[in-house]
Design a protein around this ligand. Sequence first.
Ligand code: ADP
Ligand code: ADP
Length: 231
Amino acid sequence: EDALRLEKVSKTYGDKVRVAALDDVSLALPYGTFTAVMGPSGSGKSTLLNTASGLERADSGRILIGGQEFDTSDETAATRFRRGRVGFVFQAFNLLPTLTVWQNVLLPARIAGITVDKRRARQVLDRVGLSDRLNHRPAELSGGQQQRVAIARAIVTRPALLFADEPTGALDSARAAEVLVLLGEAVREYGQTVVMVTHDPVAAAYADRVLFLADGRIVDEMRAPEATGVA
Ligand code: ADP
Ligand code: ADP
């Protein structure tokens, strides 16, 4: 059983000019793997992430998370299905500006009805290097720190599957490296499965598998050699 499975998934936009954003994509991602998705602008990377996570509906094909197919036609049911199973990290950190770091990490889970162990939350914040920033608000933090809050928020409930769309897109290379190391740790230490869209080959090098998209299809794929593993 895979963390994520796509079977012949297609998605087309537009009524008059039909644009195939995803064209018959099949994919299996085992648990505890780190996959990067690359490809030119418009190749379908975001559509892949959004349909795989059920944020957007595919036109055809099957999507299974943890071996279970879920009903993307029912938004409430899809949200309930994702809860605790799926986490998201975006390029724009999407933190709540009036809340502290601690609240930003704990509140979304609490609203979703997930009980988060406070000790675990403190461990995660310690791990992302924010233990001394718990009562700061996002505006008082650097971009890298804000993204680390977003990652803490995404992993605090230990979702088996973590989707990251350009998580380092707004960061300089040093801050980007910190974030990538954290994602790698989520994979290797907690067995989480990460799917990361990136334009940056340096970022993609942290993954153990790189998929290349073009015109909505997976046209190439690369695996990291076992010996080197994740950087
Ligand atoms: P990428 O993330 O690789 O840049 P996208 O998944 O955003 O690619 O887009 C794939 C294709 O689908 C592009 O041709 C894009 O123009 C089209 N597309 C994406 N989202 C929409 C939308 N909401 N409406 C119409 N076309 C869209
Ligand atoms: P509840 O609302 O469930 O009572 P709180 O979030 O108010 O939970 O706080 C409960 C515990 O969470 C505190 O005793 C403390 O251990 C931890 N905690 C809360 N806020 C912070 C913070 N800003 N920094 C560190 N730990 C905190």
